[in-house]
Design a protein around this ligand. Structure first.
Ligand code: 2NL
Length: 354
C-alpha cells in the first residue's frame, strides 16, 4: 500500500510538469485529487487494512495529498504568470505609430456665404425667415405688385406647376408670408397695428433658363425686408453700407443707381467699391471702380397695403442679391455650374476653419 502511494505520488508529480495549460492542469487535478481520482480510490482501499496500519496509511495519504496540492498550486501560479506575460506581449500597442486621419467633409461655398450674410444681418437685429419653394401665383407675383401682363410672369421665365402654382422665382413670398402672419397675430391680440419687421430670407429660387457659365435654372437668393414707422431711403443706405463693409472690407463704399422693380418705388441698383482694384478701375470692374452687388428699393405702398400694413403708417425698404454671383467673384469660380456639379476636388477647397 505504501509503495503504491509513493508510486502514485511519483507518477502524479511527473505528469504535473507536462501540463502546459490551465485546462490541462485542471484535468490533472481531477485525475489525481478529484472525487473520482486516484487518491480517493486509494483512500477507499483503507477499509481492508488492519487497525494498526490504518492511521499510518491515513497519514501517508494526507501527506501525499498535501504535497500534490501544493505542487498543483505552484504549477498553477506558474502557468497563470506565463499566460499573462504572453497576453501582455501580444497586446502591446505602439503608441508612437502615426494616427490614421479621418477624411472630413466641408461646407458648400454657397452655404458658407449664406451663413456669413446671415451672421452680419443677425448682428444688425434682423431675423432669418424661410418658406416653401412651391408657391402660389398670388404670393409670388400678385401680392408683390407684379401685374398680370408683366414679362416675369411669362411661361418663358417661370416654372408653372398648375395655373396658379409655381416654383418661386424669388424669396419675396417668404417676406409676404411674414407680413401677413404679423397682421393676423395683431388681429388675434386685438391690437390696432402689426409689429415692425426686420428679416432676411435666404433660399433656392427657380427661373426657366438655359444653363450656361453664368445662368442656372435654380440658384440661391437672399432678400431682406425692413418695415417700420419712419423708414427712409437713408436707412436703406446705412444698412447696406454696413453690410458691404462687413462683407467686403471696411473701406468699401456703396453707390446707388436708379432702377426699376415692380415691388419697390423708388428702386435702385447698389454697387460696392471694386474688390479687385479698390476703386481705381481695372478689368474686373470694366474701369468703373464699382461692382454691382444687389438690387433694392423702398417697398411699394401697394405691397404693404396688400399684406395688411397701412402705407400711411408704415414704410419700408427691401433688397435682394444673387448668392452665386457674389460667391463666384469671391472664390474666383468662373462657371456657375460648378456649384451644382459638386466635384469634391473643387468643393474640398472650401474647408471651414472651425
Ligand atoms: C435683385 C433685386 C429685390 C426686393 C428684391 C422685395 C420684397 C418684398 C417687398 C419688396 Cl416682400 N421688395 N424684394 C426688392 C428689391 C429688389 O431684388 O436683383 N435680386 C436678385
Amino acid at each position: 500500500m505504501k509503495e503504491q502511494l509513493m508510486a502514485l505520488k511519483e507518477q502524479a508529480l511527473e505528469k504535473l510538469t507536462q501540463q502546459s495549460s490551465l485546462h490541462q492542469l485542471n484535468e490533472w487535478k481531477a485525475t489525481y485529487l478529484g472525487k473520482k481520482g486516484e487518491l480517493t480510490a486509494a483512500l477507499r482501499g483503507m477499509k481492508d487494512l488492519s487497525a494498526e496500519e490504518r492511521p499510518i496509511v491515513g497519514a501517508l495519504v494526507n501527506e501525499v495529498r498535501e504535497s500534490l496540492e501544493s505542487a498543483f498550486d505552484g504549477q498553477e501560479a506558474e502557468l497563470k504568470r506565463a499566460e499573462r506575460e504572453k497576453r501582455l506581449r501580444e497586446e502591446t500597442i505602439d503608441v508612437t505609430l502615426p494616427g490614421r486621419s479621418i477624411p472630413l467633409g466641408s461646407e458648400h461655398p454657397l452655404t458658407r456665404l449664406i451663413r456669413e450674410v446671415e451672421e452680419i444681418f443677425l448682428g444688425l437685429g434682423f431675423q432669418v425667415a424661410e418658406g416653401p419653394e412651391v408657391e402660389t401665383d398670388y404670393n409670388n407675383f400678385e401680392a408683390l405688385n407684379v401685374p398680370r401682363n408683366h414679362p416675369a410672369r411669362d411661361m418663358q421665365d417661370t416654372f408653372y406647376i398648375t395655373e396658379d402654382m409655381l416654383l418661386r422665382t424669388h424669396t419675396s413670398p417668404v417676406q409676404g408670408r411674414v407680413l401677413r402672419a404679423n397682421v393676423e397675430a395683431a388681429k388675434q391680440r386685438g391690437e390696432t397695428s402689426p409689429q415692425p419687421v426686420r428679416i432676411i430670407a435666404p433660399g433656392r429660387v427657380y427661373r426657366r433658363d438655359d444653363d450656361d457659365a453664368t445662368h442656372s435654372h435654380a440658384f440661391m437668393q437672399i432678400e431682406g425686408l425692413v418695415v417700420d414707422r419712419h423708414i427712409r431711403m437713408s436707412d436703406l443706405k446705412g444698412i447696406l453700407t454696413t453690410f458691404a463693409q462687413q462683407m467686403f472690407g471696411h473701406d468699401v463704399a456703396i453707390r446707388m443707381r436708379p432702377s426699376y422693380f415692380p415691388f419697390t418705388e423708388p428702386s435702385t441698383e447698389v454697387d460696392a467699391t471694386c474688390y479687385s482694384c479698390g476703386g481705381d478701375g481695372c478689368r474686373v470692374c470694366k474701369q468703373t471702380g464699382w461692382i454691382e452687388i444687389l438690387g433694392a428699393g423702398m417697398v411699394h405702398p401697394n405691397v404693404l397695403e396688400m399684406a395688411g400694413y397701412d402705407p400711411e403708417e408704415f414704410t419700408g425698404f427691401a433688397f435682394g442679391m444673387g448668392v452665386e454671383r457674389i460667391a463666384m467673384r469671391r472664390y474666383g469660380i468662373e462657371d456657375i455650374r460648378h456649384f451644382y456639379t459638386n466635384d469634391v476636388r473643387l468643393m474640398s477647397q472650401f474647408k471651414s476653419r472651425v
